[in-house]
Design a protein around this ligand. Structure first.
Ligand code: NI
Length: 179
């Protein structure tokens, strides 16, 4: 049975480590970790999760965009585990949108990122995929890959003035039709 995992909070050193490659995607401990990450993402209303956030500094991310209480306008997709992801290219054109992070509760920040990217990753069945993502899903991918490199969205906001509390975010930002 998959278990719910604790989420490391900002300040824990695991969030600042560079995560290691996963040499054997099919190993039972990796498959269990993926199952645990999938149920944890769903339980906490996340749209993405990186293994370092659950205290495993390994290059595994879950991308699981769907509309939920935290992101009411997110597009719906099948929750997907991506192992050893590499961003092969990203668009020159950027766009700014609001991000939050399960490891930084209560805060949202306005972050400028590429509008689209091409990602190479391994699936949990060890297939190698090259896939193009755009918009909000591309944003999730970049946010989660940042976690694998010890970065959070706080390092990506242009100015500390682009940080807001979640309470003010839900009061004000939806009126501007963001995220
Ligand atoms: Ni995050």
């Amino acid at each position: 049975m998959p278990r719910l995992l604790q989420i490391a909070q900002l300040g824990h050193p695991v969030l600042r480590e560079t995560a290691g490659e996963v040499p054997d995607v099919l190993a039972s401990d990796i498959q269990e970790l993926i199952d645990d990450m999938l149920v944890t993402t769903s339980d906490v209303d996340g749209v993405g999760l990186a293994a370092p956030q659950v205290y495993h500094p390994k290059r595994i991310i879950i991308v699981a965009s769907r509309p939920n209480a935290r992101y009411p306008h997110a597009p719906l997709m099948e929750p997907t585990a991506m192992l050893n992801p590499v961003i092969l290219s990203s668009s020159l054109e950027n766009e700014s949108d609001w991000e939050g992070c399960l490891s930084i509760p209560g805060i949202r920040g306005l972050v400028s990122r590429a509008k689209s990217l091409v990602l190479r990753y391994q699936t949990r069945t060890c297939a190698v995929i090259e896939e193009r993502f755009e918009g909000f899903v591309a944003r999730i991918v970049m946010h989660e890959v940042d976690h694998l490199n010890g970065l959070t969205f706080l390092e990506r906001v242009g100015s500390s003035r682009d940080l807001v509390t979640e309470r003010e975010f839900f009061r004000r930002i939806p009126k501007r039709e963001s995220v």
